[in-house]
Ligand binder design. Structure first.
Ligand code: PEP
Ligand code: MG
Length: 560
């Protein structure tokens, strides 16, 4: 496919699919104002009003755009508009103007203050700094009478390139023309990736500085599964690959569960959710139930622990979306990239290796038991076929597994553990006798196996669940699961990758849980292969020298 002279740049593929079109770049961000100018005292009130007028206009524009799009795109725009209206941010700007700074400088100063705060909080909050800088740039452009930064108008098809896409940009993408997204920064959980998944646009993130070698107007072939951007490819062969990929997308859209391989081997497909609305969306799709309900996501901005009743009310929203099905609910995975004010320690040298997940309960067992009480309360009276499975994150030892399972069983709950610490995988024979099920969290299992921060764009080549080292830990877990008759699921991003789903099935995984939009792609791929081929794919991947080789070997086996 790639010609002799073709050149490729590689990033992390987050949404599969092929596209072939010229590159367009988002309009550059405005230059930040220089320090120095002072507004005379008598003009400061008017200067602040100038800031307010610009901010109001930006907010109104975002809201108007939110009315023209649907779903999470509209929510993102509303949330961004809400940030422009934020009283704290405006107050900080007023303070800066009152001390003599022009509106442009005050905009930057107020934003910097919040960026520093968000960065200090880390994790999910730190990812939101892109939103803040986006607002700053829009207001700056408005103050100067410049065009709003962001998306260019495009005629015909185009692949959109950017350093990082702001939520407002991704939310209003013109999908009649934009056929793929590529960013220098970002990661599998960035806004770009989330929206691309929702729109089903091939998407590659974390390309790094090599992205600048791709000029606007250059025709590029994008492979969202492999994460490659290739220039100088043969136009006809490239167009053929796009046709094949679109045919595949049509097959995927038609796919209906329950999932099984061509020869009838069942694999349960479940959805990952963070709240009731996502669970309701999942229930309308092909999910057979919920495989991971990340409860901590509901409490990221809570300053106090919600009461048992209040928690139960929140959890019930998810249970109600699947009244007669299996729901796997995870106890608080606070800490590290998901700090929760009332649960986590404030300062730790290495939060990813610190007191996170189940470890918080070592010094605060009542926090865990109150959550289990709330889960038991929310699960009361669920339908006939419903099962409520509860699992703990970051379990590392058999002792922790036994302790957690005991607390669950006291409340009549089915007890499990996530396998996301390599020690838990290696000691699976000692953990599993205490548990009713396990679920492999490949995101953290990969991070800890490869000793590479899952949020680092520079290390995306290491934090790749195709790493054979990770797959070997999964194989071991499945073997022990089989011996002890303990169901083994996978609920990390690996479960969303159709080719990797074949490998996981071949390794003996019973259920796969991923974003509900990813499930038809996985189900359609499994329907195309038999169990023997999955086992062969697993062998090839396990014996590969690295992640790229594993992916390539399996691609060759499955696609010929
Ligand atoms: C994982 O680590 O794979 C997982 C599913 O948990 P989270 O992504 O919420 O850490
Ligand atoms: Mg995890």
């Amino acid at each position: 496919m790639e010609g002799v002279h073709s050149t490729s740049v590689k990033g992390t593929g987050v949404v599969a699919g092929i596209a072939y079109a010229p590159a367009v770049w988002v309009r550059p961000r405005p230059e930040l104002p220089k320090a120095g100018a002072t507004v005379p005292a008598g003009e400061r009130e008017a200067e602040y009003e100038r800031f307010v007028a610009a901010a109001d206009l930006v907010s109104e524009r975002l809201l108007a755009r939110s009315a023209h799009v649907e779903g999470s795109a509209s929510e993102v725009l509303k949330a961004t508009a809400g940030m422009v209206a934020d009283r704290g941010w405006r107050k900080a700007a007023r303070k800066a103007v009152n001390s003599g700074h022009p509106a442009e400088n005050a905009t930057v100063e107020a934003t910097d203050k919040f960026v520093t705060m968000f960065e200090a909080a880390g994790g999910v909050m730190a990812e939101r700094t892109t939103d803040l800088k986006d607002i700053r740039d829009r207001v700056l452009a408005e103050l100067r009478g410049e065009e709003e930064p962001g998306l260019p108008e495009v005629d015909g098809e185009a692949v959109l390139f950017a350093d990082d896409l702001s939520p407002a940009d991704t939310a209003t993408l013109d999908t009649d023309h934009i056929v793929a997204l590529v960013t220098e920064l970002g990661g599998p959980t960035s806004h770009t990736a989330i929206i691309a998944r929702q729109l089903n646009l091939p998407c590659i993130v974390a390309v790094g500085s090599a992205i600048s070698s791709i000029p606007a107007g250059e025709k590029v072939l994008i492979d969202g599964a492999m994460g490659t951007i290739t220039m100088d490819t043969d136009p006809e062969a490239s167009a053929e690959r796009v046709r094949e990929s679109r045919e595949r997308a049509a097959v995927v859209a038609q796919w209906r569960g329950p999932a099984q391989t061509r020869d009838g081997h069942r694999v349960q497909l479940l959805a990952n959710v963070a709240a009731g609305n996502a669970a309701r969306v999942a229930a309308e799709g092909q999910a057979e139930g919920i495989g991971l309900y990340r409860t901590e996501m509901s409490f990221l901005s809570a300053s106090e622990e919600p009461s048992v009743d209040e928690q139960a009310r929140i959890y019930r929203k998810v249970f109600d979306a699947f009244p007669d099905s299996k729901v796997v609910i995870r106890t608080l995975d606070a800490g590290s990239d998901k700090p929760i004010a009332y649960a986590t320690m404030t300062v730790e040298e290495n939060p990813a290796l610190g007191v996170r997940g189940l470890r918080i309960a070592n010094s605060n067992e009542p926090l865990l038991t109150r959550q289990l009480d709330a889960i038991a309360q929310a699960a009361e009276g669920r339908g006939e076929g419903a099962t409520t499975w509860v699992m703990a994150p970051m379990v590392a030892t058999a002792r922790e597994a036994k302790w957690f399972a005991g607390l669950c069983r006291e409340r009549g709950l089915i007890a499990g553990a996530m396998i996301e610490v390599p020690a838990a995988a290696l000691m699976a024979d000692k953990l599993m006798p205490h548990l009713d099920f396990v679920s492999i969290g490949t995101n953290d299992l990969t991070q800890y196996t490869m000793a590479a921060d899952r949020l680092s764009p520079q290390l995306a080549y290491l934090t790749d669940p195709w790493q054979p080292a990770v797959l070997r830990l999964i194989r071991h877990t499945c073997l022990i699961g089989h011996d002890t008759q303990t169901p083994v699921g996978v609920c990390g991003e690996a479960a969303a990758d159709p080719m990797l789903a074949c490998v996981l099935t071949g390794l003996g995984v019973d259920s796969l849980s991923a974003a509900s939009t990813a499930l038809p792609g996985v189900g359609a791929q499994l329907a195309d292969v038999d169990l023997e081929t999955c086992k062969k794919a697993a062998e090839l991947a396990l014996e590969s020298v690295g992640a790229a080789a594993a992916r390539e070997a399996v691609r060759e086996l499955l696609q010929g």
